[in-house]
Design a protein around this ligand. Sequence first.
Ligand SMILES: *Cc1c(COP(=O)(O)O)cnc(C)c1O
Length: 613
Amino acid sequence: MNNIYGLDIWGNSNFIIEDGKICLNTDFKLPIIDVVKEIRKDGIKGPILLRFPHLIKKQIVEIYSNFNRAKKEFDYSGNFSAVYPLKVNQYPGFVKNLVEIGKPFNYGLEAGSKPELLLAMAYNNFEAPITVNGFKDKELINIGFIAAEMGHDITLTIEGLSELESIIKTSKERFSTCPKIGLRIRLHTSGSGIWAKSGGMDSKFGLTATELIEAVNLLKSANLLHKFTMIHFHIGSQINEIHPLKKALTEAGNIYAELRKMDAKNLTAINLGGGLAVEYSQTRELATRNYTLKEYANDVIFLLKTIANSKNVTEPDIFIESGRFVAASHAVLTAPVLELFSKEYAEEKLISKDENPPLVLELYDLYKNIKPSNALEYLHDSIAHMESILTLFDLGYADLTDRSNAEILTHLIMKKAISMLGNKQSYTDLLKIQKQVQEKYLVNFSMFQSLPDFWGLKQHFPIMPLEKLDERATRSASIWDITCDSDGEINFDPNINPLFLHDIDPQEENYFLAFFLVGAYQEVLGMNHNLFTHPTEATVYLKENGGFEIKNILESQSVLDILEDMDYDVYEIQDILSDRVKNSILLDDNEKKQILGELYLFLNDNGYLKSIG
Ligand SMILES: *Cc1c(COP(=O)(O)O)cnc(C)c1O
């Protein structure tokens, strides 16, 4: 198997393999392992989340340049604007960079809650648009008015008529400035894929045709119709196929034209929401996205132009709110392998007995005499023998030493066979065996914290080692995290999406895995299961001359901080621990002093494993 780990499928030319290392695909090919080593030099261990602002920029530029190109190509007269939906990643290490990068494009922010809106009001580039979606109470609407009064270009998109009534009421109570108003439309078209719950007639959101007419009438009688500027829809996240989007666009374009005809003269914009997909797959067969951004932009512009022209209305301004597409690629989680579960199976651990069962002796023979010409046959035999020994053990005819010897020998035979067979045997046969000998790699990270969508939705994220990419990876792997939850495993089916890793001894060498495309949704959805918190993060800025600079290293929270977040009284905890040490009858004064010092250090350090990784 060629060890590029599907980089040509999911990598979007962001990374490149050079000298066996995965590197940034910039002029200066920076190996990611160099960054990790640099950060760890100062004693930081455990998982590290790396942010690459140049990859945020790449996505933003790609969106604007594709839409602007399509506008030119189709001679489209409406404007194009984009906002970033904060719910996708609200971490300052991401948002502040994004806002800065987005400045020349007038890139705005989208908010779906009070804290997100207040965040947008503080950080948004002042001239850039703010859109507000999601359910709103009177308070949230009030905050929206404050934003408009501060001078922000803000559009409150209402999800239901009661919100509109609230806006009308608020406008009578407050100062003269009123935010722009958007109406979320309920489409009969819905998205596709595992997130497709935001569109469609049974969707949680949006106004029906009847409600739209009522909304326009309400606005008219409140003298606010001139504030109605936008219609909005969002057919779901990770839209893998372009077809539902086209249907939604056609429907929205017609609604736009109809509403314009109802005297909504300032209705000039259609907001398409988010949903641009990211390709996460590491195997061609499992790739899901069936379109490119170029095609997406062309379809949007062409369809809206066609509808506007045929209905004789102004070509609408276009807003998009893509989040996943902008955020996913900027973050890479790196984590050290702590252990290979089968490393116990070494020849020196064999315990010889005066009388060994024939099956164990036969296994020993297989192990001694295996060679490339018989490797497959011996491998099959050893697996059969192993199964027989386990049966004998259950029946009481083999003891624990016999079982241990058989397990060691079988593993050693498997290992030898795999390295001897290499690519020579027929692929399927080897894969079958690989499946039976899958190695468990224990990795210093929490899946619940760092890949929650794998836990919740079985969303796959590309995984590969940072180094050794010029050496053949021989072990079919599954990944185990350090939570003590049996769900904390990422399984790979060798027949569908195999993951092969290297046969290493973590005691002897550091071996890092990287998890890619984790910049969208994973961070804030992450759970503190077992009290593992957000990993240490760092931002990597590339310099003109090819060097790099690591900034904003934020170490993973300390144990005391975690407990404080959970509303424990951390002073009480420290007092109790210290009293219990002081009152221990097992310790003398010196020992007590030492233990108190140790406890202090542990409480102020983070909770990830330290020993090796
Ligand atoms: C979640 C959401 C988005 C972002 O969706 P992506 O799939 O991340 O692009 C955009 N608009 C609205 C209204 C949303 O709820």
